[in-house]
Design a protein around this ligand. Structure first.
Ligand code: PHE
Length: 432
């Protein structure tokens, strides 16, 4: 449960959620986001959980076991590819987190950062060597955890780090909320202005909910495959989804009120974290300590997510092709390092690395959140709703009748998995 929550809580909550809230009108966005989580994402999470736990296999073999002779395993393969693409650009941002954490520890935010201009951030991320060195450090941390294995590495790490992460974020939120002028930020976060809602807001909220809950790319299938048959799927998934949502809201409270307290605007885009925050930290009382805690939290959050992405690839290759886990970890390290370096270089040092008019970094981000994750989730719910069917869903959600769940709840979940979730997502995507 902690590992699943760790996969969900990540850069999506810290890096994407606050700026999407900022760009899409604050509370109205949050409201739509919550609706997406409850009515679309949660049933999708149950579906992935069912596939993983029932098959006890990696994301591709799972479909082959549950529906032999069909093409559904391609959905799993798509997930493995998506995880690989996401982890490549994700670790680049994780590396930026390492750099900012080290700067914060050495009390060394540059004078441009302290003055709130974007120059040092843009020159860092578009540089050739430094971001790749930090990528290496971040990826090495990942490799150590996944090398130790599922139980000793991923599970133990998540169990210890997740409570620490929450605690860190609460401390920073309290600091931010007690700054003079912070109440304007709170109002922005929680007072809805529906006049700003457009179809784009809905698409952005849904894409963010998918990304934040790690849906559609096989992470949940993979983690669920290690889970005991007696585990309660409804409880596990709900706790993970709730932790993720609460964490996103706490992160919002840590970031947006501070932005308002300094008279800045919250719609800065991705630079919010690496430009606006260093400025705020450099200029507020106890800001040095807040900066260290914040970037430590960022690294932990990113790590528990990137290991879940790596595990999708590692469990597939090691189980499906029966290759020794250590060899697979080493090869994945080299491959992610290579693709991650290309992503990083595409941000400036080698601007020629572009496809379809976007840098490789932006392209991977775009394809994963907007196409692979949504596509994967629709296909997985169709698989569970129609191929496995209602009886199997009921059997899995109640552990063959041993957990009491009211019939109407089960019926609603089945109805959403079969009809509402795939259709709603399809309509929203087509509308976009
Ligand atoms: N949910 C993670 C985050 O919010 C990202 C992620 C996506 C992790 C897909 C695993 C799978 O940062």
């Amino acid at each position: 449960m902690m590992a699943l929550a760790g996969s969900a809580v990540g850069l999506g909550n810290l890096w994407r959620f606050p700026y999407l809230v900022g760009q899409n009108g604050g509370a109205a966005f949050i409201f739509i986001y919550l609706l997406c989580v409850i009515f679309l994402c949660l049933p999708m999470m149950f579906s992935e959980f069912i596939v993983g736990r029932r098959s006890q296999s990696d994301a591709v073999t799972a479909f082959q076991k549950l529906a032999p002779g069909t093409k559904f395993h391609l959905v799993g393969l798509m997930g493995v590819i998506a995880s690989f693409l996401i982890v490549s650009f994700y670790c680049v941002v994780g590396g930026w987190g390492v750099k900012y954490f080290m700067d914060a520890c050495l009390l060394r935010f540059s004078s441009e950062a302290a003055a709130g201009t974007a120059e040092s951030y843009t020159s860092f991320i578009s540089g050739a060597v430094p971001p790749i060195v930090y990528l290496f450090i971040f990826l090495a941390l990942n490799a150590v955890v996944v090398f130790l294995g599922v139980k000793k590495g991923i599970e133990s790490f998540s169990k210890v780090m997740m409570p620490i992460l929450f605690l860190l974020m609460v401390v920073i939120a309290v600091r931010s909320l007690t700054l003079p002028g912070a109440s304007a930020g709170l109002e922005y976060l929680f007072k809805a202005d529906f006049s700003k809602v457009t179809s784009k807001t809905v698409v952005a909220a849904m894409g963010q909910a998918f990304f934040s809950l790690s849906l559609g790319v096989g992470t949940i299938i993979t983690y669920a495959s290690y889970v005991d048959k007696n585990e309660n799927i409804l409880r596990c998934s709900s706790v993970a989804a709730l932790s993720d949502t609460v964490f996103a809201l706490i992160a919002g409270c840590a970031i947006i009120p501070a932005v308002f307290a300094f008279g800045l605007s919250p719609n800065e885009g991705p630079g919010l974290l690496f430009v606006t925050l260093p400025y705020i930290f450099s200029n507020m009382p106890f800001g040095g300590l807040a900066a260290i805690l914040f970037f430590l939290a960022l690294i932990l959050a990113a790590l528990t997510s990137s290991i879940s992405l790596l595990e999708v690839v590692i469990s597939y290759v090691s189980q499906h092709f029966k290759v020794n886990r250590t060899i697979v970890v080493a090869c994945s390290f080299v491959c992610v390092m290579a693709l991650g370096s290309l992503c990083s270089l595409s941000l400036g040092a080698a601007p020629g690395i572009r496809l379809f008019g976007k840098s490789l970094f932006d392209l991977f981000d775009y394809i994963s959140a907007n196409i692979l994750m949504t596509g994967g989730s629709i296909l997985i719910t169709v698989f569970v709703g129609w191929k496995l069917g209602k009886k199997t869903i009921m059997e899995e959600l109640t552990n063959r009748g041993s957990i009491k769940v009211p019939d109407w709840v089960l019926n609603v979940i089945c109805f959403v998995i079969r009809y509402v979730a795939p259709l709603a997502v399809l309509v929203i995507v087509l509308f976009q």
